[in-house]
Write a protein that binds this ligand. Structure first.
Ligand code: HEM
Length: 501
């Protein structure tokens, strides 16, 4: 556990656990969902994502530390290689790249998508870490292909950091989803003439949109239709060679124990997505904060007498059969303590239905500007939640001003304003928004604001500036004593009121 607020960890935690609004879960619900063709294509987003993560990782060289999960699979040069045949990679990036932010790399989204696909489609819970760094250029080739022999496959997995037994496991874990497409591998798969499988995908097991050990039970019982086991051309039967490489011992153990298969895959898939270039430092495993404020927002009124305070609170696994007394308590600069009841607003499941999040909304609170706010606590059915005594710190010294507004039309522009408490004395104030560099990596774009003339005794000074069409995901930035700070949760451009016409 970490102490809230930590914007990078808060963002990773939300992507991992806030499955009703992380942008990922909706794309694999149901697990057969495939958004790039009419239903019945024989494919799924989940399978594309898992294959993409493996192909991104498979360039890793454990000896020299190059390659690994770094989203280098997004480069056209990698996708053009025979080892990366098919549109599954560009589909995956079309679905997931846009979810990356200043705090979440593209590779982190690919890793989270893979983990959530397993977890929500019948698989085990899988540990997720953040902190992957997106590559600036393609990696060296290195993804195994079905026509290669067992020796090259064993060597390729060893280069990636996996033993022979782990190779068997990793291939079986991946190949419980999806299959081989006829159009890409006509020498392996015939045209199937099946309207429920329009792209003629020969699936690895009979349950190709969910995780289970059928890939192993069907293999061991001899009923498998896996095209890389019973394909007509033995040269491309790579799963057959890999699965049999220890006399079928590993596959037999998976066939006789669904839970062994699940726990082995949980371990191997974590290791797969945590295989990163040397020097990249991953976070600890991201665990859900038991009580988490979110969408915290302070806005200074136009007359500068009050500030509006809004937010949400997420609590795990509250029984839904009773109502709950959830209160927000806060401290202010005047030494006062205050409290208010929160209103339950929605319930969402997480971790593939294993956990339930109950969300509570703050009522819109109007705070006196001199008192402001410094810290929050919560009381949930009378139990105090204060992060072990430190509380939930909140800063009211750099906030949006309610004089901000946007103009909507064919384009969306805006004149935004940031209120700065006078004791802060920043040298620069700017709006931060999400941009992309030349190779699509998220970057922070700073738009400098200028100090506006104001009333002599005002507690806050107002800085304002114009934002251009297309700018999105705003936070407040300032430079104080040479140090850059970021404030407020992300606001979309539409979180500002329209300008008076
Ligand atoms: C020697 C190692 C491997 C070989 C030769 C191999 C080969 C293949 C081939 C030929 C396909 C068909 C691709 C298509 O037609 O779209 C495929 C699909 C797939 N592979 Fe592998 N694979 C290997 C290892 C892995 C691993 C380790 C994973 C993940 C843990 C994985 C996950 C997948 C998935 C999920 C699909 C289905 C994609 C879809 O249906 O869209 N593979 N693999």
């Amino acid at each position: 556990l970490y102490i809230w607020p930590s914007p990078p960890l808060d963002a990773l935690e939300a992507m991992r656990f806030d499955q009703d609004r992380n942008g990922i879960t909706d794309l694999i619900q149901p697990c057969s969902l495939f958004i790039f063709a009419a239903p019945g294509a024989g494919r799924s987003n989940a399978a594309d994502w898992i294959r993409t993560a493996y192909h991104d990782m498979a360039t890793h060289n454990i000896t020299d530390g190059t390659g690994g999960m770094d989203a280098s699979i997004r480069f056209a040069e990698e996708q053009a290689r025979a080892e990366n045949v098919g549109d599954g990679f560009q589909n995956t990036l079309a679905a997931l790249l846009g979810l990356s932010t200043r705090y979440i790399s593209i590779a982190d989204v690919l890793a989270a998508g893979t983990i959530i696909a397993f977890e929500n489609c019948g698989g085990p819970e899988i540990a997720f870490r953040g902190g992957r760094v997106d590559a600036s250029e393609p990696n060296a080739p290195g993804v195994p292909e079905p026509q290669q022999d067992l020796e090259s496959h064993t060597a390729a997995f060893a280069r990636q950091g996996f033993t022979q037994t782990e190779m068997i496991g990793l291939v079986a874990c991946g190949h419980t989803f999806g299959g081989v497409q006829q159009a890409l591998f006509p020498q392996i798969v015939p045209v199937l003439n099946d309207t429920n499988n329009a792209q003629s995908v020969s699936h690895f097991d009979s349950t190709f949109v969910t995780f289970d050990n059928n890939v192993a039970t069907e293999y061991i019982s001899g009923t498998t239709q896996n095209p890389l086991v019973v394909g007509l051309n033995d040269t491309t039967n790579s799963d057959k060679r890999i699965f049999a490489s220890d006399g079928n011992a590993t596959m037999a153990s998976f066939a006789s124990s669904a839970s062994l298969f699940a726990s082995t895959c949980a371990d191997l898939i974590t290791r797969m997505v945590d295989t990163v270039p040397a020097g990249v430092q991953l976070t600890d495993v991201i665990t859900p904060l038991p009580v988490k404020p979110d969408l915290i927002d302070l806005t200074l009124s136009v007359d500068q007498k009050t500030m509006q305070f809004t937010g949400m609170l997420r609590v795990w696994n509250l029984p839904q059969t009773t109502t709950h007394d959830v209160r927000l308590l806060w401290d202010d600069r005047a030494g006062g303590t205050n409290n208010v009841s929160l209103v339950q607003s929605r319930v969402a499941t997480s971790s593939g239905g294993r956990a339930t999040a109950t969300w509570f909304s703050f009522p819109t609170l109007t705070l006196d500007v001199t008192a402001g706010i410094t810290n929050m606590l919560f009381a949930i059915d009378n139990a105090i939640e204060d992060q072990g005594g430190v509380g939930f710190a909140i800063q009211d010294d750099l906030i949006w001003s309610n004089t901000s507004c946007i103009t909507e039309g064919a384009t969306v522009t805006g004149k935004l304003a940031i209120a700065v408490r006078n004791d802060l004395a920043p040298t620069r104030v700017y709006a931060e928004s999400l941009g992309r560099d030349a190779v699509d990596r998220p970057v922070v774009v700073e738009t400098d604001f200028t100090l506006q003339p104001g009333a002599a005794n005002a507690l806050y000074a107002v800085w304002s500036g114009a934002i251009a069409n297309g700018q999105q995901d705003f936070t407040i930035g300032a430079e104080i004593g040479g140090v850059k700070v970021t404030r407020n949760d992300i606001r979309s451009v539409f979180d500002f009121s329209p300008c008076a016409t």
